[in-house]
Design a protein around this ligand. Structure first.
Ligand SMILES: Nc1nc2c(ncn2[C@@H]2O[C@H](COP(=O)(O)OP(=O)(O)OP(=O)(O)O)[C@@H](O)[C@H]2O)c(=O)[nH]1
Ligand SMILES: [Mg+2]
Length: 302
């Protein structure tokens, strides 16, 4: 303890030693800085405290950066991730497709952390994630790696190859090329763009966030990319549920029951089924029955 120290300084120093988190330590150091002894003999002490403060502050920043992006993003059943170079219009696409209100600007590197929105399409909730541009230090490779569908937003043809090359590890994701800002081109250029995209055999769609041209087609393409089954369930004697259960292709009734009853599917003895996989309305079927998109299922448990 330095000579002639202010009582507040002494308290702050005690707080510093008793602190159990970096945040608490930083707060104590801030107080120590405020009440540091001013005389010449304490010069080394002042320097020492400032260095400690800077070091801890950096530690905290690094920790925050690392946790950024991962925090709060729970992967939903259906997820599509927007990627592309800066300014291509990823955030504008998120805004056009969903209820999200991301920051949009004409200068580069506008988006600095992932933004989430929900696209409601044909009774399904599709999670759309907007990312910082590929070259940004905040670009989240993890989210791209786990994505089912990638929406590659470009405004020039040559950007496509560059982005696809950087995605070589992610072979499983469906990729949709979203050629944005089509409103900036005349009919002749538009025709040429379409021709090139077709000749490369890309799964693509041309859109404009400004005029909303092509947006409905994009929504449909995103939905179809998941290749899913929507199964509507029904409780005995009641109307069917409006929100479907989402399942992968070739799922059985057992999968449907498991998804709804979480481990209690053994209680289900049979089901009544109506729709594309049924021969007639309320057909009685067992748990090994393979369901089809838009089936309506009533699970019977007794
Ligand atoms: N003309 C036209 N401009 C668009 C369109 N979509 C986006 N823009 C403009 O392009 C600029 C960039 O849009 P953003 O949505 O912020 O682009 P971003 O890809 O999210 O950019 P970063 O976050 O920096 O990666 C903005 O000035 C938008 O207004 C479009 O369809 N047509
Ligand atoms: Mg953006």
């Amino acid at each position: 303890m330095p000579i002639n120290a202010h009582p507040e300084y002494i308290n702050a120093e005690a707080e510093y030693h008793n602190a159990s988190t970096t945040e608490q330590r930083l707060l104590a150091l801030e107080k120590m800085i405020r009440f540091m002894p001013k005389h010449k003999g304490a010069e080394t002490l002042r320097k020492n405290i400032r260095t400690r403060y800077k070091k801890l502050k950096n530690e905290l920043e690094t920790k925050r950066k690392k946790s950024k992006g991962k925090k709060g993003i729970k992967k939903e059943d259906l997820q599509a991730v927007l990627i592309g170079l800066t300014n291509s219009g990823k955030s504008s696409v998120l805004k056009t497709l969903t209820n999200a209100q991301p920051k949009i600007a004409s200068y580069g590197f506008t988006t600095s952390e992932p933004e989430i929105g929900t696209l409601n399409y044909q009774g399904c909730s599709i999670q759309i994630i907007d990312l910082p541009p590929i070259s940004s230090e905040n670009f989240d490779k993890g989210l791209v790696h786990n994505a089912d569908t990638l929406l590659i937003v470009v405004e020039k043809i040559h950007e496509i190859k560059h982005i696809l090359d950087s995605l070589k590890q992610n072979k499983n994701a469906k990729k949709i090329i979203v050629f944005n800002k089509i409103d900036l081109h005349n009919q002749e250029t538009k025709r040429k763009i379409l021709e090139t995209l077709r000749s490369k055999r890309y799964n693509f769609t041309i859109i404009s966030c400004r005029t909303t041209e092509g947006i409905e087609i994009l929504k449909e393409k995103i939905f179809k990319s998941f290749n899913i089954l929507r199964i509507y369930t029904k409780t005995q004697g009641k109307k069917q549920d409006n929100v479907p259960v989402i399942l992968p292709p070739k799922s059985t009734l057992k999968d449907v029951a498991e998804k709804i009853l979480h481990g209690y599917s053994k209680k289900v003895k049979f089901a009544k089924i109506t729709g594309p996989s049924a021969k007639f309305k309320d057909q009685k079927v067992g748990l090994s029955h393979v369901v089809k998109d838009k089936d309506v299922v009533e699970l019977i448990t007794e």
